[in-house]
Write a new protein. Structure first.
Length: 324
């Protein structure tokens, strides 16, 4: 199986522990996290070859993230370190249903300083898939670096996957992020959205949004909606798939686990951009691919953390085997 390259964010997620009796956490414990780092760790834990490219501070938090990526089995040779900014931090709050919200301690942070000159050709060599998301697009120069990574992957005939992963707090309140997001949406082959993100992009109607998407490189759009059925769209067809029922403990990394499962299954089938239409036209293969991704997310929400919550392939296949 060829490598999957994830470019962008790695940060420390601080998760609450205990209760002081007045509704506040007694402590916060650090967990390795960050959208694209989560995907890289999940791919490696599933048994795939995962590469991560991004920037970490030369602080202890950066050391911690590098160690956890390596422990997960991720190739970190394309990680860049800097002493010009600290590693990014995020504090997680979980409600009674395990749904998460974030407070980010970011700019300036190390991951936002990655530039085009830091991209290494060797990172793209032999990589079958590049994964990015909009978390690395809220700063103009970093957004251009993200697009350049997507262009280089396309030149190498690698699949390009894009998870919108919209976090409003990461964008200026007086700035509409959609024009910037669309510059990446138009470069991606496979796009993953949440139902809320679908509504966010489809301000002029779903049909208008889909038509614009198909004018780019996109061949597959997948929309997840928690415990509700997931929806998928291609240029000439669409479908739905029931979700797995899980007791939600922590939803922090659910979307990243889903994306990792999807990327892992695509690459394990040796699918490149010109093979996506054949996948979509094969109902059995399409269902199997999406069921695997959904099972990854369903297991992850039953555990706390991000890297630490990701399932193995055996666990995913066991869950799939117990559900028709």
């Amino acid at each position: 199986m060829q490598p999957i390259l994830c470019f962008g964010e790695a940060l420390i997620d601080f998760h609450p522990e205990g209760d002081d009796g007045r509704g506040f956490s007694r402590a916060y414990l650090p967990y390795a996290g960050g959208g694209q780092a989560n995907v890289a760790a999940a791919v490696a834990i599933l048994g795939g070859q995962a590469r991560f490219a991004g920037m970490l501070g030369t602080d202890r938090f950066g050391d911690f993230l590098l160690d956890r990526l390596q422990q997960a089995g991720v190739d970190t040779r394309h990680v860049v370190r800097t002493d010009h900014a600290p590693t990014a931090l995020a504090f997680v709050t979980l409600d009674a249903e395990g749904e998460r919200s974030f407070v980010f301690y970011r700019p300036p942070s190390a991951d936002m300083l990655f530039r085009t000159e830091h991209l290494q050709d060797a990172a793209f060599a032999e990589s079958a898939l590049l994964h990015v998301c909009s978390l690395s697009m809220s700063e103009p120069e970093l957004a251009e670096t993200t697009r350049e990574a997507m262009r280089r992957a396309r030149d190498a005939n690698a699949l390009v996957t894009f998870d919108l992963n919209h976090r409003p707090l990461r964008w200026s309140v007086d700035h509409d992020p959609r024009p910037v997001m669309w510059t990446a949406l138009e470069l991606a082959d496979v796009i993953k959205l949440s139902a809320e993100e679908m509504d966010f992009l489809a301000s002029e109607g779903e049909a208008v949004m889909l038509e614009r998407l198909w004018h780019g490189n996109a061949r597959l759009l997948v929309v997840t909606d928690g415990g509700a059925p997931l929806r998928w769209y291609a240029r000439d067809t669409s479908g739905k798939l029931p979700s797995y029922r899980s007791k939600v403990v922590d939803s922090t990394a659910a979307g990243d686990a889903f994306v990792a499962g999807l990327a892992f299954r695509l690459v394990s089938q040796s699918i490149r951009p010109d093979g996506l239409d054949a996948l979509v036209a094969d109902p059995a293969r399409m269902q199997d691919t999406l069921r695997f991704a959904a099972a990854c997310g369903a297991i992850t929400v039953t555990r706390k953390g991000s890297f630490s919550a990701m399932p193995t392939a055996a666990e995913v296949e066991a869950l799939m085997g117990t559900h028709a």
